[in-house]
Design a protein around this ligand. Sequence first.
Ligand code: ADE
Length: 311
Amino acid sequence: IPVQQATANPETGEAIETSEQSNTIATKKKPGDFHFGKIIGSGSYSEVVLAQEKCSGKEFAIKILEKSHIIKYKKVPTVTREKEVLQKLDHPFFVRLFFTFQDKERLYFGLTYAKKGELLHYIKRVGCFDILATQFYSAEIVVALEYMHSLGMIHRDLKPENILLGADMHILITDFGTAKILDEGQKDCKANSFVGTAEYVSPELLTAKSACKASDIWALGCIVYQLLAGKPPFHATTEYLVFQRITKLDLNIPGGFPEKGSDLVTKLLVLDPTKRLGSENFGGYEPLKMHDFYQGINWEQLHKMEPPLIQ
Ligand code: ADE
């Protein structure tokens, strides 16, 4: 479906834009179309505000970016990529970009409002997840990564803060400013300077300054560990010490950790990205989905299922 395709207005002959992800003719929305509410997220160069569209009553999370700030801090490529990636994603486990508009000072991205907030908040609240909840939520992340990777894109900053929950308690992955669109047929890890959040960063990014699909799988391994243990696997007091633990694969499985969970985590947190369960060179997603930890998961129906209670 064409995104922001220019169409001629049959009456005036003026160019009008079709709304994102639909073919219905719609004019650009504007700040005055919304009641703006509380701030629900903030980054180094953006704010996410809860907004209600006046005409429909619909709620959106509107990401607001200050143009002068983006230019001053050379974030134009980041913002361009974020929009480009969002426009390609059309899946229940990702926030959706419904519309964009701008005024003199700012850019506005209209996103799915994830009513239940960050997965991190739930980990902090309950300490750790039980096996059933870990199995379910990590399975949703697996499905989401499989989809994103199938489109030739990698997230590069996957962590519980970027995994939001909708009103129905299913995941909505967000934050694509650091995502990468891989070159056609690019399989190997390519050089790039971006480093994500210390605790979830892959060893190949630290040693070879390169990220690939398997780098997101490493982050998945860190998240599965964190859900079961209550803390990320390579935690330390300083970023330097975190990086040391990652590159040395200083991984401790605490007592009481479920056996199938331990087996899965040790197959995901492997230094060589080509030897990680789920990586392309290792048979892709099928062997990961077949792992004993996911026994009983109905992979096709996850988004239609009632999520287990987080307790
Ligand atoms: N914080 C950042 N983005 C958000 C979103 N889409 N929904 C809810 N909270 C958010």
